[in-house]
Design a protein around this ligand. Structure first.
Ligand code: NAD
Ligand code: UDP
Length: 313
């Protein structure tokens, strides 16, 4: 297959490109390098099956491809709130352009949607048939509502134009190649712990998240794209749920850090709980995470030690 990965130089996208190349596919990585990095893909640059296009999906593009993994969008709150109008444009106009392309060349398209479509959920754990509890006018809504409209567009191109779609709702994913300054909790805590800086817990740390290691997530994305039975939406994430304070303590312990925990104010609309129900993914994709939080954190800590050049911890 010739596969387009939008956002292919980002955290998840670059791991997906590696996986697709290993499977023998031709890969076109499209990125505007807003949060993506050449460093993430440089090891593939001399592979003749790999191409890179610097392009912003807010503008249309024409390519001949069989599959589109549509991942382009900033994903961490500090990045998607940096230019919120652009975040909405990327998710709405960008998705229209990718769906237009899929329609024209009859490609299958998978949208990387998010657990944020459930907002601050009143149903726990979250199942795909839950419609969510999203503030439409808050600082997170450029992303949350942007992704909700992206899902709407996917469904309408499917119903109206028979576009072959797949929708995946990704829950908090972590691993090597996260940006050290990207503001997400796992990378923040690891960087703070390794440099013996204060660990910044927002709120009282009782809010929960469920953390999926990148390799598990990429496997799930591929299985969803490949199968013919289900268009989604389908949840992909690790159902093991942790309080943020527990994560902080675990990372301090694993890094032997001298860092102290400090409490900062909770950002507005920060969801109080989040845990995927993955019954559907188990049934349709025969998929469930295989990498425990301890194992995944160990690999991620090793990565950050290397890039921060931390010795003897
Ligand atoms: P990331 O920021 O590392 O990757 C996003 C990539 O998209 C970057 O390479 C960025 O440069 C690129 N991009 C952004 N706007 C673009 C535009 N207008 N045109 C072209 N490229 C653009 O984030 P990630 O964690 O790898 O997330 C990838 C996708 O997965 C996103 O769509 C995100 O919403 C979704 N997702 C991620 C998580 C997670 O926990 N990592 C959770 C839910 C959903
Ligand atoms: N968080 C925190 N300290 C940080 C960064 C994040 O306590 O330095 C909290 C944040 O308030 C949220 C959780 O960790 O409750 C996950 O945040 P992240 O930005 O990683 O993802 P999201 O909120 O999108 O799930």
């Amino acid at each position: 297959m010739r596969v387009l990965v939008t956002g292919g130089a980002g955290f998840i996208g670059s791991h997906l490109c590696d996986y697709l190349l290993k499977k023998g596919h031709e890969v076109i990585c499209l990125d505007n390098f807003f949060t993506g990095r050449k460093e993430n893909i440089k090891h593939n640059l001399d592979n003749f099956k790999f191409e890179v296009i610097r392009h912003d999906i807010v503008q249309p593009i024409f390519l001949e491809v069989d599959w589109i993994f549509h991942l382009a969008s900033p994903a961490s709150p500090i990045h998607y709130q940096y230019n919120p109008v652009k975040t909405t444009k990327t998710n709405v106009m960008g998705t229209i352009h990718m769906l237009g392309l899929a329609k024209r060349v009859k490609a299958r398209i998978l949208l990387a949607s998010t657990s944020e479509v459930y907002g601050d959920p009143t149903v726990h754990p979250q199942k795909e048939d839950y419609w969510g509890n999203v503030n439409p006018i808050g600082p997170r809504s450029c992303y949350d509502e942007g992704k909700r409209v992206a899902e709407t567009l996917m469904m309408d191109y499917y119903r109206q134009n028979n576009v072959d779609i797949r929708i995946v709702r990704i829950f908090n994913t972590y691993g090597p190649r996260m940006l050290k300054n990207d503001g997400r909790v796992v990378s923040n805590f690891i960087v703070q712990a390794l440099t013996n800086e204060d660990i910044t817990v927002f709120g009282d740390g009782t809010q929960t998240r469920s953390f999926c290691y990148i390799d598990d997530l990429v496997e799930g994305l591929y299985r969803m794209m490949e199968q013919e039975k289900h268009i989604g939406p389908i949840n992909l994430g690790n159902p093991e749920e942790y309080k943020i304070i527990e994560l902080a303590k675990k990372i301090i312990e694993m890094t032997n850090s001298k860092s102290k925990i400090v409490y900062k104010s909770l950002p507005p609309d920060d969801p109080t709980q989040r845990q995927p129900d993955i019954t559907l993914a188990k049934k349709i994709l025969n998929w469930q995470p295989t990498i425990s939080l301890d194992k995944g954190l160990k690999k991620t800590i090793e990565y950050f030690k290397k890039i921060l050049e931390v010795k003897n911890v």
